[in-house]
Design a protein around this ligand. Sequence first.
Ligand SMILES: *Cc1c(COP(=O)(O)O)cnc(C)c1O
Length: 390
Amino acid sequence: MAAVVELDAGTHSLRAAVVTPSRPWIPVAAPVLAGNEEAYVLDCLRTTWISSHGEYIGRFEETFGRFCGARHALACSNGTVALHLALLALGVGPGDEVLIPTMTFVATANAVRYCGARPVPVDIDPHTWNLDTGQLEASITRRTVGIIVVHLYGHPVDMDAVLAVARRRRLFVVEDAAEAHGAQYRGRPVGALADVGTFSFYGNKIVTTGEGGMVVTNDGGLAEKVRRLKGQGMDPERRYWFPTIGYNYRMTNVAAAIGLAQMEKVDWHLRRRREVATWYQQDLAGLPGIGWQVEQPWARHAYWMFTILVDDTIADRDELMARLRDAGIETRPVFYPVHILPPHRKATVGRALPVAERIARCGLSLPTWAGLSRDDVRYVAEALRGALRV
Ligand SMILES: *Cc1c(COP(=O)(O)O)cnc(C)c1O
């Protein structure tokens, strides 16, 4: 039995079940499609504009570009190919090295490999869990061409520090903002703070289109390259003339229709996530052995995931997750660092990246999405206290 969540903004009930006295189940993430999603998708079906042309694509791109303060926004099929397109447009190729934070979703590293280049994992800062900017210089070699930063779980990276190194060493900077729609660095939205920014609209992300991605940039030349590459590389002046190898990385009008409806309510989504995170912080304050990613004074966290660290002297993270599952609460472990994953571990021969390794061992994300109520969060916090027996 699923309880219906009252949405101040919405007309539709959530598809996910939430706490009921009989059988609680709180998913770690769920989309909230409480605006014009249904109407816009029906419009695509009724007008037969279901493929990668149609008015929703342009409207979604324009809306999203404005949201990030970027002059150009190019929709594509997912966040992984958004990264691939960004790196191709920047000219990354065989023999190149690209610095990445080791604590990220594997797509960041894979996109570098798709270009034939080598991702070089760097350790993270223990407070923000983002790239430790103090370790960048030491990781740069003759082959280094750029840096991908990741605004992990929605917390922005200290961009000034990254951009200073990049300028000094003549490196490009890509923001992988897949988890950080609406996050701000010193009052400016992430995505357009460096050369190129990329976003994902996977079903569990802050804004979703089911599957989808976006490349944003202020550089018209890069935007033109991305536009060509995602459409098989066709010469825009000469139909079916392909001067280079391209890809089919386009987004459908149906996906863009969902995205546009999501963007109409993006402020509500962000407000709700912040509220949920604030409740967790209130309910978990003072709990010994529990910490979390600390929002820095210059940062506005978008709270894709509210993620805690469980000190391993207090409890075993995996055991704790199992106990929470028994209480009907889905959680998820922090990513394995890239440098220990089989396809990528050769890149960091013999170097330990201890901060990421510790956070990967002790971190877990609690349910974080826009449909959670005050009672849901209280229930999770109480279950956590119970499982820790404090
Ligand atoms: C989700 C995610 C991606 C990939 O996005 P998809 O749309 O799933 O391809 C890339 N980088 C990070 C950091 C992500 O969290």
